[in-house]
Design a protein. Structure first.
Length: 124
């Protein structure tokens, strides 16, 4: 395994796993499965302000965090596996595709957090 492969694994696999976990926790937060707490969910001042703000923020973030989880699993993981299986002979395009998938996941994640913040502030 070359340095690029190790770097891709070190970046993409945790992002894919974290995206899926964050979506599950956001889903629970939006459906009264988990209330405001200091451990899981979207924990900002606005979402922690009240139970209603917590639910509103988590409901608003769900579509974006689902997109992040799906992109992380459906694009990122196969790209990393493809890169590892094909080895160093794979064109640079695969590395660029992994970077784009990572950027897409992070963009969806950041948008979801921003939407949660906005919805929680509107609730207050």
């Amino acid at each position: 395994m070359d340095a690029v492969q190790v770097l891709l694994l070190a970046i993409m696999m945790p992002i894919a796993a974290a995206s899926l976990l964050q979506y599950v926790m956001t889903r629970l937060g939006g459906t009264d499965g988990v209330g405001p707490n200091g451990l899981v969910g979207i924990r900002t001042r606005a979402t922690l302000a009240s139970d209603g703000a917590w639910r509103a923020g988590h409901e608003a973030a769900q579509p974006w965090l689902l997109a992040a989880a799906v992109l992380g699993a459906a694009l990122g993981v196969p790209l990393v596996v493809w890169r590892i299986v094909a080895g160093p002979d794979l064109p640079l395009g695969s590395t660029v595709a992994c970077a784009v998938a990572t950027a897409a996941v992070l963009t969806c994640f950041a948008t979801g957090i921003a939407r949660a913040q906005h919805a929680a502030r509107r609730w207050s």
